[in-house]
Design a protein around this ligand. Structure first.
Ligand code: ADP
Ligand code: NI
Length: 198
């Protein structure tokens, strides 16, 4: 089994699906999550191929991004079968991505799933996380900030981003999350200083 070839094909498949996304869930998000997940997997002793493949594929079927989640997941399964990825590994990949999403509020059952969740959450915080949040907010027609209303991108920091450092599953992700968290705190401090000059 040529795992490198499988990963190259998976990358092309993911590129086709996400390259035009402007909500912060673009091809480069998938690439960062795949590569970060692999790095963590090396440290934690997880299955490298399953973890990286699940990192690439983790947002397929997300209800925010796909009109028909079940159909997107079925197409992904067909694609992996045609590629001739061994059936037990397809199952492991699907299990790993099952509970990754923050909105589900679950800790994935497998180490590979917990690692992909950490990599996805790391990409939601720090400098890149900040950029993705404002991209998402703009794409969804949401304001940057308004003290009078809750539905803004700045509010998303408090609803989700600042809570993530305490939700990391692996030791490898915890330290990195802390650094990114501190950067967001500094960013918000500057943001309010500039905001309140007007
Ligand atoms: P998950 O994939 O873990 O369920 P989401 O897809 O909800 O998480 O969020 C992924 C990223 O999309 C967030 O980290 C953030 O950058 C952006 N995002 C999601 N919801 C909002 C929101 N209400 N306002 C601004 N950004 C958001
Ligand atoms: Ni994601």
């Amino acid at each position: 089994m040529d795992k490198d070839l499988f990963l190259k094909r998976i990358e092309s498949y993911v590129k086709g699906l996400f390259e035009n996304d402007v909500t912060g869930h673009d091809y480069f998000h998938m690439k960062r999550v795949a590569k970060k997940a692999r790095q963590i997997a090396e440290k934690e002793g997880a299955h490298l191929f399953v973890t990286e493949a699940a990192g690439w594929l983790h947002d397929i079927g997300d209800a925010k991004l796909f009109a028909d989640s079940n159909q997107a997941r079925k197409m992904m399964n067909d694609f992996l079968m045609e590629l001739k990825v061994p059936a037990e590994m397809i199952t492991d990949i699907e299990t790993a991505i099952e509970d990754v999403s923050f909105s589900k509020g679950k800790v994935p059952d497998t180490l590979e799933g917990r690692i992909v969740q950490d990599a996805d959450r790391l990409d939601a915080i720090g400098a890149v996380g900040i950029a993705r949040t404002f991209a998402f907010g703009g794409a969804k027609g949401q304001l940057i900030h308004d003290e009078e209303q809750g539905n803004t991108s700045i509010q998303h920091f408090y609803d989700k981003l600042l809570t993530l450092k305490d939700k990391m599953n692996t030791e490898s992700a915890k330290q990195e999350a802390l650094e990114r968290h501190e950067f967001m705190e500094a960013y918000l401090k500057h943001f309010y200083q500039e905001w309140h000059t007007c």
